[in-house]
Design a binder for this molecule. Sequence first.
Ligand code: FAD
Length: 514
Amino acid sequence: MRIAYLERTVHETDGESKPNGDVSTISKSIDLQGSVETGDKTTIASKDFGGLYSTKPLALIKPAGSDDISRVIKAASRIPRMTVAARGNGHSINGQAMTNGGLVIDMRSTEENHFRLLNINGSFFIDVSGGALWENVLTRCVSRFGLAPRSWTDYLSLTVGGTLSNAGVSGQAFRYGPQISNVMELEIITGKGDKTVCSETRNPELFFGSLGGLGQFGIITRAMVKLQPAPDMVRWIRVVYTEFDEFTRDAEFLVSRDDGESFDYVEGFVFCNNDDPVNGWPSVPLDPVHGFNPGIIPQTGASVLYCLEVAFHYQKGDHPSTVDKAVAGLLKRLRFVEGLKSQVDLSYVEFLLRVKRAEEQAKANGIWDGPHPWLNLFISKSNIVDFDQTVFKKMVKDGIGGPMLIYPLMRSKWDNRTSVALPDSEIFYLVALLRFVSRGPSVEESVAQNREIVEWCIKDGLDFKLYLPHYQSKEEWKRHFGNQWTRFVERKASFDPMAILAPGQNIFKRTHLS
Ligand code: FAD
């Protein structure tokens, strides 16, 4: 399709960072194999899963491939203050994949461009598009090759490029690191419009900069992801604790053990010590038939309790007694409340698609849609007791209308050369407050409470970072990156000198990086 004279349809409203009002057209035509949507057809790109922000792009580009993306970026660079944002599946919370009056590139239209198994010296990799959904990568890799990526997110309707631009963490990250630690090679269209292949040894600055790089250096069009043999089955287990120190002791014990001496997945969550169907005891059992027996909870149980969630991989051919014995051997080291244990066996693919099943149910009940003022934090082990006492036991003790995740990660499994900002300690916790406002505090209350939590973390000097960061000012970004700030800014200047790539323009104003 030949696009000429794409009309400027968006006018200045906030006077910030939008293309200059004098610029009324993209004067140079772009030859695109894909398509360009304007007007009402851009609606999808003006919102995201968070539902907190809305900004109207000039156009939504549906590229046929990386050459289209390169042309769009080059054309954008000729227009003063024009910006481009890659949109994966739009599952950000704070407008990170939006651009106000700029061009949004819909990466989902490139999903089918790459899907190739590679065997390099006996190690397997899958070469996939940046716009591929992880759930499709999973099902295709398992059904066609019996292989699967090693590190996941809990929910898989997210794109490869979207999670690699942040980190991608779940219960496997303690062993294999986040998803960004499991990538061999990337193909990127830089902010100059150049198509570049990069890896640890080839263009390493672009490779590491883009991993966790918030889409600020280039657009990931292809990723080569490490694979391993997929297990057939998973035993998924939840055990309950009344005491935070026992919960963290056991969780840290499991994530610190060598391969083969622990579970294959370790996560956890906080829940209310009451019968509230959403926030309380009923949210725990995996097996509804056996339910949750509150009569067993020791008197010491406070307003909130803790659930450690683990999983053990096995093959269909394994004898049940072998699996039982291995699992019992691991569980016997843990100090959970005797009797408060729940488990199910399911296929590996069903386990990894567990949140999709929850999504289907929530959609059917009208709970899934609506705003999601979620807060994701990384908190140092040295501050996690404070966090429990102030946040879990006081601020959110009545629940938030959704899961409150908490589980430990190991810094040594992350690569310091990537763009992700982490707390300093070797063990730090992912804390995620996944709010569904139809079942909890209102949007305004949730946003205010999130702000209060972050402000308290700053005021009390906690060693913490926002995960999926979204700040408003240059000072906040500088504090976020700390001593990585200069490296981040220099990389941006090197790969995106015109500051074309500006996701979430209202939030991540490009002037903040200059
Ligand atoms: P988008 O929201 O579309 O984009 C995110 C950012 O990446 C934007 O800055 C965008 O410009 C940029 N971007 C997108 N594609 C590209 C590309 N190809 N190249 C360069 N930049 C790009 N995260 C976890 O780590 N673990 C979890 O368990 C987890 N669970 C989640 C569950 C749910 C229900 C939801 C909604 C989110 C969850 N997340 C989780 C967060 C998720 O990883 C991020 O929000 C992710 O960015 C969303 O991916 P997306 O494809 O929708 O990206």
